[in-house]
Design a protein around this ligand. Structure first.
Ligand SMILES: NC(=O)c1ccc[n+]([C@@H]2O[C@H](COP(=O)([O-])OP(=O)(O)OC[C@H]3O[C@@H](n4cnc5c(N)ncnc54)[C@H](OP(=O)(O)O)[C@@H]3O)[C@@H](O)[C@H]2O)c1
Length: 396
């Protein structure tokens, strides 16, 4: 595609779609032009002078359009758009982590079959170029873990709680008022958004795809004042951490859950709506990537970076997926956790392998102990429904 001009058919003109549009206008690229924009609702007023449609065919049937950018908030429709683009041998950039986390294996196969690129660096951590770095730079044998704060909304809420002593409810309301959290914030605060990003990151870090339903995912919505006091007393903070790590026997563990983070950790000081990713390896110890994980301009500029990469015929090669030593996913791994519960039936929910602290008072009960990831995964729905809260509590 080098030397050619990209005529883009853009799907979606919300936060990211309009962010991309503005970024492109500001830089005045000669090689990249947004030819037509497909949206859901044509009656909405748009403050730009561009050609809009609500019919995908107007984009796919336009012979001048040679590039698709998909930035819509509907994962099923996004899947249909991306698949159709690949089948038409049109390169495509997507930001839809939910769609990718469910369909990436098929989309990898389609990219190979039609020899066409699908890039999605913007889908995980917005402006932080984590996917391309993991893909190109970090060798599978040396990489040991990728861990981070991948969701800006939940991190914003936690920052307000720990820095400004806000209540959980007030912090959530502020996040919504400022546009960091959706009116239905479940995807962010219950960990799903982080999970989707973790799945995408794991493909590029270790070559392995693990389906969302296999991974223990738990958010911050059950956290209460007692939990916050516990963290403060231990001089730690809760952070919602997504985590993939190679453990003994070339196995991989994955989880999304709150963690009690001590001051000496990089992610302790990732504040507000920012994201931070720590990459650990055998000989380089750890490296830290930090930046804006969301927002129209940061994400729009990451999309532009993918578009520009396509101008130079860049494709993800998924080299690690062909590794004969591909790691195997396991939940057979033990974590130390803090578990706050209401009554003894809640305590019986989890089989602890050992307990090192057990506190009981009329209005606050907790244990600190070791429990397996398999055990946590088995009861993840119950942990969400009951008046309990669980967080990883690493020794360091
Ligand atoms: N927001 C972020 O900071 C961020 C960061 C990284 C990745 N992402 C991802 O980027 C994508 C877009 O996010 P966003 O925040 O920009 O969403 P948004 O502000 O809610 O905008 C969504 C856009 O998609 C359009 N749309 C929905 N269904 C459609 C369909 N079937 N056909 C055509 N257009 C359709 C909507 O049209 P109308 O305007 O007519 O309603 C709207 O323009 C999502 O996958 C999101 O996960 C977002």
């Amino acid at each position: 595609m080098n030397g050619k001009k990209l005529n883009i058919g853009l799907f979606g003109f919300g936060t990211v779609g309009s962010g991309l549009y503005d970024v492109l206008k500001r830089i005045g690229s000669k090689n990249v032009d947004i030819k037509r924009i497909c949206v859901r609702d044509m009656s909405k007023k748009r403050a730009v002078d561009a050609e809009f449609t609500d019919n995908a065919d107007d984009i796919f049937n336009d012979p001048d359009i040679n590039f698709i950018v998909e930035l819509i908030d509907d994962a099923d429709a996004a899947y249909a758009i991306v698949k159709r683009a690949l089948q038409m041998e049109l390169p495509v950039v997507s930001g839809n982590k939910k769609m990718l986390a469910h369909h990436i294996e098929e989309l990898i196969e389609l990219q190979a079959r039609y020899n066409v690129a699908l890039l999605y660096d913007a889908s995980a951590c917005g402006s932080i170029p984590v996917i391309r770095n993991l893909e190109e730079y970090y060798d599978n044998d040396l990489l040991t873990s990728v861990k981070g704060i991948l969701n800006g909304s939940s991190n914003f809420i936690l920052s307000k709680i720990f820095n400004e002593k806000m209540s959980y409810a007030d912090a959530l309301k502020l996040a919504q008022d400022l546009g960091f959290a959706e009116s239905n914030p479940t995807l962010d605060i219950d960990g799903w958004d982080s999970l989707f990003k973790l799945i995408i990151i794991t493909i590029h870090a270790f070559g392995l795809y693990v389906a969302p339903e296999k991974i223990f995912t738990y958010g911050i919505s059950n956290m209460n004042d007692n939990d916050i006091r516990f963290a403060n007393e231990k001089e730690r903070r809760f952070k919602l951490v997504a985590h993939v790590e190679k453990v003994k026997g070339n196995k991989l563990i994955m989880s999304v859950m709150p963690q009690l983070i001590s001051r000496n950790k990089y992610i302790y000081s990732v504040e507000d709506e920012f994201n931070g990713v720590v990459i650990k390896g055998l000989f380089y110890d750890k490296q830290f990537m930090f930046g804006r994980g969301a927002g129209g301009y940061p994400t729009g500029s990451a999309v532009l970076s993918d578009i520009t990469a396509c101008l130079y015929d860049y494709k993800y090669e998924y080299k690690k997926r062909n590794d004969s030593q591909l790691p195997e996913y396991t939940t057979d791994h033990t974590f130390r956790v803090y578990y706050r519960y209401e009554d003894y039936a809640d305590l019986d929910l989890l089989k602890f392998e050992s307990v090192s602290e057990n506190y009981i008072s009329d209005d606050y009960k907790y244990v600190v102990g070791c429990v397996s990831l398999a055990e946590l995964h088995k009861v993840q729905e119950e942990l969400r429904k009951r008046n309990v809260f669980i967080a990883a509590y690493p020794n360091d």
